[in-house]
Design a protein around this ligand. Structure first.
Ligand code: MG
Length: 264
């Protein structure tokens, strides 16, 4: 099978097209070539602190001609999921301003914890004791629906690993024994099915591209799509073999970068 026969591509951002605010040159060039070839693209990120608007700015700063409608980030995906489940729901979140922006855009009511119907757990770089206390109290209420934006334990930061949403999921689990009722971000089918609906394509018509076997490759397999691993991020040529063994998952294709895929 030729990968370029696929009509659409679900592309991870961090570790494929950029690292934080820095572009990955081969990734950016790969996106350009896929666009020139007339492929439908959707950029899917597990980032739980950035709104679509912020990621759009980032991709445009990389020199890419991208539209907000092509961006699916865990913040927006979570807001969209809750709004579909319960219109105008009252939500409390541990997250940052980028997530709050998306929750409000989806007409959800962002409230203090005492009135919340939903607990939305997301990464927060200014996390404090008070915020964890509020999240704990909601987590203890069985009638509160507990939604996590993404399951990532660790994120690759510009200068090294940083704690992900998993630090809070872990803390809440240790305190209460409760795990999220729903997790939206990759490898969950929820965000991947939203990506397919944005593309207007079926799983067999797309390829899922990312740099993490346990996140992107698993997400692709969860919807039955062709999976592609690139070696510009978390997985590289040195750790490839040991990571494939550790996760016991084999991508359909492996390329050194997105450009190598687009050159096929
Ligand atoms: Mg990535």
């Amino acid at each position: 099978m030729n990968l370029l026969d696929k009509k659409g591509f679900i592309l991870d951002i961090d570790g494929v097209i950029g690292r934080g605010d820095k572009p990955i040159i081969e990734g950016v060039e790969g996106v350009r070539r896929l666009k020139e070839a007339g492929k439908k693209l959707v950029f899917v990120s597990n980032n739980s602190t950035r709104s679509r608007r912020i990621l759009l700015d980032r991709l445009q700063n990389f020199g890419l001609d991208v539209d907000e409608g092509e961006i699916l980030v865990a913040t927006y995906a979570t807001a969209r999921y809750i709004a579909e489940e319960k219109k105008n729901a009252k939500v409390f979140t541990t997250g940052e301003i980028g997530l709050i922006e998306e929750l409000k855009l989806a007409d959800l009511e962002v409230v203090d914890y005492k009135n919340a119907e939903y607990l939305v757990v997301a990464q927060n770089r200014n996390l404090n004791y008070e915020l964890i206390t509020k999240a704990l109290r909601l987590c203890l209420k069985k009638d509160v629906r507990y939604v996590a934006t993404n399951p990532d334990r660790i994120f690759p930061g510009e200068d090294g690993p940083i704690p992900g949403t998993g630090m809070l999921i872990g803390a809440l689990y240790w305190m209460t024994g409760r795990m999220p009722d729903v997790t939206v971000g990759k490898p969950s089918k929820i965000i991947m099915e939203q990506a397919l609906s944005i593309l207007g394509l079926k799983a067999e018509e797309v390829a899922v591209v990312g740099d993490q076997i346990d996140v992107d490759v698993l997400a692709g397999k969860n919807i039955g799509a062709t999976t592609v691993l690139v070696l510009t991020g978390v997985t590289n040529s040195e750790n490839l073999k040991s990571l494939i063994e550790r996760f016991n998952l084999r991508p359909d294709f492996i390329f050194s970068s997105l450009l190598d895929l687009a050159r096929e």
